[in-house]
Ligand binder design. Structure first.
Ligand code: GRF
Length: 213
């Protein structure tokens, strides 16, 4: 079975969705950079090894990333899953995991990289928002897009209501992408995410508000 390590920083609901999906994967460890990450208890309860590499204990990013990589590599994962892992990674770290590290970002990339994505989408007047899963490269929230899910932005939406609507899709999309990887269907090739058996969407457009209003 394909070995997987999941990195979190907090709540860990995306990690939970992956664990609960019962994928044909060996989830070797959940690693957090914060000792108080709520997700750690959940992983522990499920019998998954947990580790903390506390970024505040290291002098700089390079030292932290070296310690983190050493911790990850002890579990020899084929896939590293960033699930709400809130650290900017050094180029050497990213290169070490090229083609085998994925991230989830709560926006339709390349729009709204970084923080406060939902607030910024509402302020920009977006009618559609969503989530992206991508391979990790040196660019913040960049890297070849693997899959996206879109949701409407509704009148009266707040950051909280929109985040909740997007999160439902995150919990569906991320386990699906991990499944593709562990099934050997997904790879990074020539700078693009390639999915074997990739099916075309069954409708030509996603339109919000719908065209017939
Ligand atoms: C999610 O919205 C994820 O897309 C973003 O940070 C949030 C983490 O939530 N990167 P959780 O820790 O998975 O619950």
């Amino acid at each position: 079975m394909t070995s997987v390590v999941i990195l979190i920083s907090g709540r860990g609901s995306n990690m939970r969705s992956i664990v609960d999906a019962g994928l044909p994967a060996d989830i070797r460890a959940v690693i957090s950079n914060r000792p108080d990450a709520a997700g750690l208890a959940y992983a522990r309860d499920r019998g998954i090894a947990t580790e903390v590499v506390d970024h505040t204990a290291y002098a700089d990013r390079a030292a932290f990333d070296a310690a983190l990589a050493a911790c990850i590599d002890r579990h020899a994962p084929a896939l590293v899953v960033l699930a709400g892992f809130m650290r900017i990674l050094t180029p050497g770290f990213v290169e070490h995991y090229r083609g085998r590290m994925i991230n989830i970002h709560p926006s339709l990339l390349p729009a709204f990289t970084g923080l406060h994505t939902h607030r910024r989408a509402i302020e920009a007047g977006c009618r559609v928002a969503g989530v992206t899963v991508h391979f990790v490269t040196g660019e913040l929230d960049g890297g070849p897009i693997i899959a996206q899910a879109a949701v409407p932005v509704l009148a009266g939406d707040t950051e909280t209501t929109l985040a909740a609507r997007v999160l439902v899709q995150e919990h569906l999309l991320y386990p699906q992408v991990v499944r593709w990887f562990v099934d050997g269907r997904l790879a990074l090739r020539d700078g693009r995410a390639v999915l074997r058996g990739d099916a075309a969407p069954d409708s030509a457009a996603l339109c919000v508000p719908s065209a017939d209003v």
